[in-house]
Design a protein around this ligand. Structure first.
Ligand code: NAD
Length: 418
């Protein structure tokens, strides 16, 4: 559909007839691709695409499941060589958000925004970003609230400000405008809690003195390192493909001898093979796969990256067979969304709605859940991923107490109105 210079397309799942409806017959090939080649396609309620009217960038909103409320999840601004890779990322990440939000007891469904970094443009140019995120926000507005966006890889706090100027359907609003700001600090602490839960489940007596090898030295990795240092970690080895990111970490940790820095080549997976107690994937997804798993020597994998398992069932099983404890990413990194999930309800000091997820007592906190999932999986024989999913799926089916089915209605009305 080309309208006012805007090119848009959509896929919607028709639950009554169990089929995918699409805006263009020409998209049928890709539609078949969802079913046959993308195991993560899970009857997503809606997939919406736009070619940015001014920037020409490809932008997508992926709505997976909205039983628990509007689809919520961040916007990724990343590099994709093929449209299939772009769709694959959106489909996987949005499904992961449904799991994450449900397991955290948030009244949100799961969704994700994805924008492809264009090859012919400096992605860091502030004027370009302003135009890009403004047109993207208008796209989000056009979806009438079935999706509520947030920050994710490649999207910066100032981009969230731009988004907020053109849509109300966003979280991670800057603090000076009443929002929750950048969630990375709490996400980093949350990943550290998952490590502690797994270490305690294995009787390994906490973080103290342990070695942690980290893939990526970005926002989450740095705050996680800060928390691990507070807990007496023996050493943290930060790896990154960009010197600038390692330099930011160095500026944060000064001469702290327990933090080590390694610059690596893109594609080098050696951070995962380090002789460490814990390896922590904190960069991109899909790094736990047929090639990497046989070389992992750590007892525990606990990282902040989304979708770490390339193939969830297969690679969770491979890890279990190697007696490596994998802590599910959609539990570890929940603080990103927990931090911004209830912005509209305001804040109190040390907000219990947020901080209880990081304490050691609440049964649904990251620490306790991780510990129980690891222990329960040993009893049940399920992988830790399956064990976590088992808990999640029950919650996913619970409709929002006030607005159950609202977002599906929104999607239906969007399609009826073209
Ligand atoms: P970031 O962009 O600040 O950091 C990622 C770092 O990884 C960058 O420094 C990048 O150079 C590095 N990197 C990329 N590929 C690499 C590779 N192959 N080897 C080594 N380093 C590599 O992002 P972030 O906010 O720290 O997020 C990290 C991960 O955590 C992402 O997968 C993100 O989706 C997930 N996550 C983040 C949050 C949050 O609050 N920031 C919340 C939930 C999930």
């Amino acid at each position: 559909m080309k309208e006012n210079g805007i090119t848009r397309a959509w896929w919607v799942f028709d639950y009554e007839n169990n089929e995918i409806l699409t805006s263009h017959k020409a998209l049928a090939g890709l539609t078949r691709h969802f079913r046959s080649e993308m195991p993560d396609f899970d009857r997503h309620e809606g997939i919406f695409l736009q070619v940015g009217p001014e920037t020409g960038t490809l932008q997508g909103v992926f709505v997976h499941n909205t039983n628990r409320g509007q689809a919520a999840g961040g916007t990724r601004f990343w590099f994709y060589d093929r449209i299939e890779d772009f769709l694959f990322d959106g489909i996987r990440l949005s499904k992961g958000m449904t799991y994450k939000n449900a397991l955290a007891d948030l009244w949100w469904g799961g969704g994700k925004g994805v924008i492809a970094v264009p090859s012919n443009q400096d992605r860091n140019d502030p004027a370009f970003r302003k135009t890009l995120y403004t047109e993207y926000a208008k796209f989000v507005t056009s979806l009438k609230g079935c999706y509520v966006t947030a920050e994710d890889v490649g999207t910066l706090p100032e981009d969230m400000d731009t988004i907020f100027s053109a849509t109300r359907f966003t979280t991670c609003i800057p603090e000076e405008k009443g929002g929750s700001g950048n969630p990375s600090k709490l996400t980093g602490i949350g990943v550290a809690r998952a490590m502690e839960g797994a270490l305690d489940a294995l009787g390994m007596k906490g973080i103290s003195g342990k070695t942690v090898s980290v893939q990526g030295s970005g926002h989450v990795a740095r705050f996680m390192t800060e928390e691990l240092l507070k807990k007496g970690v023996g050493s943290v080895i930060l790896h990154d493909i960009f010197q600038s990111s390692l330099d930011t970490a160095k500026a944060m940790f000064g001469t702290e001898p327990r933090v080590k820095y390694r610059l690596i080549e893109k594609g080098d997976m050696s951070p995962l093979f380090e002789k460490a107690d814990v390896v922590s994937p904190c960069a991109t997804g899909g790094t736990l796969n047929d090639d990497t798993i046989p070389k992992i020597r750590a007892a525990i994998i606990a990282g902040g990256a989304n979708n770490q398992l390339e193939d969830e069932a297969r690679h969770a099983k491979m890890l279990q067979e190697r007696e490596i404890v994998y802590t599910p990413d959609f539990l570890n990194n929940r603080m990103g969304i927990v931090n911004c999930a209830n912005e509209q309800y305001g804040y109190v000091n040390n907000d219990p709605a947020i901080y209880r997820h990081l304490n050691y007592e609440w049964e649904n906190a990251i620490y306790a859940l991780t510990k129980n999932i690891v222990l329960d999986s040993k009893k049940s024989g399920m992988t830790t991923y399956e064990q976590a999913l088992h808990m999640t799926q029950k919650k996913m089916r619970e409709p929002h107490p006030i607005w159950g089915n609202r977002s599906r209605e929104i999607i239906r009305s969007l399609i009826l109105n073209q």
